[in-house]
Design a protein around this ligand. Structure first.
Ligand SMILES: *Cc1c(COP(=O)(O)O)cnc(C)c1O
Length: 451
């Protein structure tokens, strides 16, 4: 009756309850973000259903997509592993309680110390290049590793629609090339020389890569594994890590493509992956979290400039960095609500939705048709559960907003919030010597006191 999709209805319900409980408040708390934990559970279940479980599949969530420790802990409870790309992400995965053998460490710049730490813990490691392989060999010193160790290969099949997200190009910085002259033979020799190399890893890229490119890259990785095993006359390579990269639909509330669609594509282009001869690791990030999170912000002021209505909101580059700096590649939807969180009515008016930062490009949307926004209204920004509010940009000393987990399942179906990350206090700043100064807020508040 409202004309809203079920997902939009749910956001509206969560938003109204957040206002009612004071999590959003035009005077005190103008920006907050929400992770739909029921939605996350449903998405993870769909991922588990899509892949056959034999002989063993580990779905390792790419921590960079949403690195909040309580989110990672929730994914662990839902049966996922964790893919980490830096020492910081490794620390977060361990803090979230992942067992080391359910963590996969990918990074093109692992230091000697980081490698030793990962190998000591038994964290799986995918080497990015030959120099790293030599370091691993030295660190092992002839020992049989506890860790699963693989090499990241680059099929060099090509890029997708966003150059910065494409990792399977002929000159990508990631992995060992498969198509360059002599490269395949050199890598084959490395597998011969290092019997502890038992995995092959590939990740063709993120958002913007077509499914046939991703599946084609996996096909190349599996073909290389088959070649290693055939030339050795034994099954040294026991597992394929197919990476992540399933794109997300940012245009509406439909989840497309689905994990099922991707698995069908993999069966067509990399059938040996499911032959039963290989364990499988996946590393999905955006497709697990993006559609299960949204950002909400109050409109502070509105104006008209050169005939264009502009709404100045509290959500901008600090929570939507990619969209602000590269709006054509990363368009986001905006939804208009009144101050209580109800969907706003009114004919569409083309307007700009601006953020709070002090540069002219800080716009979430340009020339977007929405009911005309007014001061005190709220906007929501759907599909921001991955790579947005969880990875804030600290420009202008804009504070990190609070992030709340939301559940409505069980307990009579009410909306329940749990704090996943507290809002950063903008008054919590270091003194001139760089050290934290406790009580600074109390010291300054009377001066700047707002009645
Ligand atoms: C970023 C990344 C992922 C996750 O990509 P998504 O597009 O979020 O699924 C997985 N593996 C590697 C190696 C990555 O760099």
């Amino acid at each position: 009756m409202t004309g809203l999709t079920p997902a939009a209805e749910r956001r509206t319900r969560i938003l109204q309850e957040a206002v009612r409980q004071g999590l959003l408040d035009a005077g005190r708390s103008q920006l907050a973000a929400f992770v739909d934990l029921d939605g996350v559970a449903a998405t993870v279940a769909s991922l588990h259903r899509a892949f056959p479980s034999a002989p063993r599949v580990l779905h390792a969530f790419a921590a960079k997509a949403n690195c909040l420790v309580p989110v990672l802990a929730e994914l662990r409870r839902l049966g996922m592993g964790c893919e980490v790309a830096t020492a910081g992400e490794l620390a977060r995965a361990l803090a979230a309680g992942f067992a080391p053998d359910r963590i996969v460490f990918d990074s093109p710049a692992k230091t000697e110390a980081e490698l030793r730490h990962a190998l000591d813990l038994g964290v799986a490691v995918n080497a990015d290049n030959y120099q790293e392989l030599a370091r691993i060999d030295r660190a092992l010193g002839g020992r049989v590793p506890v860790s699963r160790i693989g090499v990241r290969v680059n099929s060099q099949l090509g890029g997708g629609s966003i150059a910065a997200m494409s990792t399977a190009t002929s000159t990508s910085k990631f992995g060992v090339p498969l198509a360059d002259p002599g490269s395949r033979q050199r890598l084959l020799r490395a597998y011969h020389d290092h019997p502890w190399l038992t995995w092959v890893h590939t990740h063709a890229g993120s958002q913007g890569c077509p499914l046939d490119l991703m599946a084609g890259g996996v096909g190349q990785a599996v073909a290389f594994a088959e070649e290693v095993n055939a030339s050795l006359g034994r099954r040294q390579v026991v597992g394929i890590d197919i990476g992540g990269g399933l794109p997300v639909n940012f245009a509406d509330d439909e989840t497309t493509p689905t994990f099922d669609t991707y698995v069908r594509q993999l069966r067509a282009q990399a059938p040996a992956l499911f032959s039963g001869g290989y364990e499988i690791v996946t590393e999905f990030g955006r497709s697990v979290l993006a559609k299960n999170g949204f950002t909400a912000a109050y409109v502070e002021y509105t104006k008209s400039m050169g005939g264009r209505p502009i709404a100045v909101t509290h959500a901008g580059v600090q929570v939507a960095t990619r969209t602000v700096f590269n709006p054509d590649a990363w368009p986001l939807r905006i939804e208009a609500h009144d101050g209580s969180g109800r969907a706003k009515r009114g004919g569409p008016v083309r307007q700009d939705i601006a953020g709070p930062a002090c540069f002219a490009g800080d716009l979430l949307a340009r020339d977007r048709a929405l009911p005309l926004l007014e001061p005190g209204d709220l906007i929501t920004v759907p599909d921001t559960g991955a790579y947005y509010f969880s990875t804030p940009f600290h420009y202008n000393s804009l504070p990190e907003p609070a992030v709340y987990g939301v559940r409505t399942s069980g307990d009579g179906g009410g909306v329940r919030f749990e704090l996943l990350r507290p809002a950063q206090d903008p008054w919590d700043v270091p003194g001139p010597d760089g050290h934290a100064v406790p009580g600074r807020r109390r010291e300054y508040e009377p001066v700047h006191g707002v009645g």
